[in-house]
Write a protein that binds this ligand. Structure first.
Ligand code: HEM
Ligand code: HEM
Length: 189
């Protein structure tokens, strides 16, 4: 399989970025949920430290993924996809990328506002871009929760669209994000 994308499918690198980030997002929700159910104490702080480290990893992977995307062609939609679906797909991909970038940045700022500097797996301590402040922490916490919730629902919609393409339209949209053979020629929009 080729490393780079071509006009009909995503290459190995783009696929690895996509699926690694999907796995890490799932880990993020599991860790956030686990932390929510723990009383304030060392166990909760430990789980949140992992959540922060994986979140910063997502931020770095999304930045690398966007650079890789910029260096590649992006496969177009199959030619019989209606215009509204093309627009919805483009809009939702932009929104997903925005959420994948902004959610961790807000998490990082929130930790600084709470006066808990962010450490990446205990190896690197990241700088604080804002000073400790309770009102800022509360605002950023609410924003982080709202962004994560939006990401959750938009990702579900995105999954539903991918499954609709595969099982209903029976096209190659899902296959081209998987390391499997395409069944038909996909054309650019
Ligand atoms: C895409 C990445 C991320 C996702 C999807 C995500 C998701 C979430 C969710 C769902 C919660 C629970 C919200 C609540 O009910 O309080 C949460 C809490 C939290 N997140 Fe994230 N997060 C991400 C990245 C980060 C990053 C990078 C940091 C910090 C560097 C961070 C720091 C926190 C903290 C400290 C809390 C607990 C807030 C509190 O209860 O005081 N998150 N996150
Ligand atoms: C956290 C969950 C997910 C996020 C944040 C996410 C994000 C994205 C983004 C941003 C793209 C655009 C890629 C680009 O053109 O640069 C994309 C494409 C794609 N995703 Fe996901 N994804 C998620 C989960 C899934 C799942 C579970 C599936 C499969 C059921 C899936 C199937 C696809 C497919 C097939 C494409 C290619 C769409 C096309 O070629 O038009 N995604 N995803």
């Amino acid at each position: 399989m080729q490393l780079k994308n071509d006009e009909s499918r995503y290459g190995v690198v783009a696929q690895l970025f996509h699926w690694a980030i999907v796995a890490l997002i799932i880990v993020q929700f599991i860790l956030a949920n686990r932390a929510d159910n723990l009383p304030l104490g060392p166990a909760k702080i430990g789980v949140l430290a992992q959540h922060k480290s994986f979140g910063i990893t997502i931020l770095a992977l999304v930045l690398l993924r966007l650079i890789w995307r910029w260096l590649n062609v992006v496969p177009g939609e199959p030619k019989d996809v209606p215009t509204w679906q093309r627009i919805a797909a483009r809009f939702s991909h932009v929104a997903l990328y925005a959420l994948l970038l902004i959610t961790p940045i807000v998490g990082w700022l929130m930790s600084s506002a709470r006066n808990f500097p962010v450490s990446w797996f205990g190896l690197v301590t990241l700088p604080d871009f804002i000073r400790p402040s309770k009102p800022a922490y509360e605002f950023l916490h609410q924003t982080h929760e709202l962004l994560a919730g939006t990401l959750f629902w938009l990702a579900l919609l995105h999954v539903a669209a991918a499954l609709k393409h595969h099982f209903w339209d029976k096209d190659d949209v899902l296959r081209r994000m998987l390391p499997v053979k395409l069944t038909q020629e996909t054309t650019r929009s």
